[in-house]
Design a protein around this ligand. Structure first.
Ligand SMILES: [Zn+2]
Length: 308
């Protein structure tokens, strides 16, 4: 009970002032957990990438079993990815800086990278996660952006701007120019449909100057804002591939492969296939944990991999 109460308090803090309390559905299809907050009538916020501070509080309150288990759902066997840059600031070249081109390079170089291979071991009802992905370009929408607190708003923006990949493996990242303010999370992933076609999507706050969502990349190769988006992009994409719709790979606390290694780094930089490197968190590997070959997460469980 105490634990439930603590969770409820954390959740209430996370969403204070953002969502009416009565809209937050604390009951879930499985165990109560912070992860699968479902806003009634809205697509779920999955694999929420909590800020550094909030993540630390959460860690202290959790006793997760190390291994993730397969809950029988589907995975993304591949990903056809597009970026949507939403908000008036994306017309401002100073704000844009290296972010649009940098994220383009990130999604292009992800395919077949050692980092992408960290999720190869996971299968779902529709097959195996494959390391090959396709980057299909970006869209700039300079209309006023929303924040991330209503997933239905983000899904509506996705459906307005893209034509969904008919394979159902479309993955659409919405990079908002809105800062997170009091929100305790940096990003999340979710799923829905556009005209009946399943889509995966992710939401990202503007992380410029946001120390709570900053991987502290000191390589000098990217702006701080780009480096922060790159790190959380890896977390969300890895989770969407292994648990796209709340029902495939997660642990006893509802933590997905990104969550289990959040804010831990196995290498100073991780090189993608286009030879561009990023400071990016590792992703949880059951196989590495079992073999004792991973690096430790924040709970000391050695199952995180930066590459494979
Ligand atoms: Zn997550």
């Amino acid at each position: 009970m105490l634990r439930k109460l603590l969770m409820a308090t954390l959740v209430a803090q996370a969403f204070a002032g953002l969502v009416h309390a009565r809209d937050v559905d604390m009951t879930s299809p499985y165990d109560p957990k912070v992860q699968d907050l479902t806003l009634r009538g809205e697509p779920p916020m999955l694999g929420i990438h909590w800020s550094r501070e909030f993540s630390g509080n959460l860690q202290a309150s959790r006793t997760s079993k190390p291994l993730m288990t397969n809950h029988g759902g589907k995975v993304m066997t591949t990903a056809i990815m597009q970026n949507i840059f939403w908000g008036a600031s994306w017309a401002n070249s100073t704000f844009v800086g290296d972010k649009i081109t940098g994220l383009e390079a990130w999604y292009t170089g992800f395919s077949l990278s050692n980092y992408a291979h960290t999720t190869d071991e996971y299968s779902g009802s529709n097959g195996k996660v494959g390391p090959g992905t396709t980057y299909a370009g970006h869209i700039v929408d300079t209309t006023t952006a929303s924040g991330g607190n209503r997933t239905s708003t983000i899904l509506a923006e996705v459906c307005k701007r893209i034509s969904p990949d008919p394979s159902g493996n479309g993955y659409y990242s919405v990079y908002s120019d809105v800062k997170r303010g009091n929100a305790n999370y940096c990003a999340y992933h979710s799923e829905g449909t556009c005209g009946g076609v399943p889509v995966q999507f992710a939401f990202f706050w503007n992380l410029d100057g946001d120390s709570g969502c900053d991987p502290q990349d000191t390589s000098g190769q990217h702006s701080q804002g780009l480096a922060a988006l790159a790190n959380v992009s890896g977390h969300e994409l890895s989770e969407a591939r292994t648990d796209p719709s709340l029902g495939t790979w997660y642990d006893s606390s509802g933590s997905e492969n990104g969550d289990k290694c959040a804010w831990t780094f196995g290498a100073p930089l991780v090189a993608f296939t286009n030879n561009i490197s990023w400071k990016i968190q590792g992703e949880w590997s059951n196989a590495a944990y079992t073999a004792g070959t991973g690096y430790p997460n924040a709970s000391g469980q050695k199952g995180c991999l930066s590459g494979k």
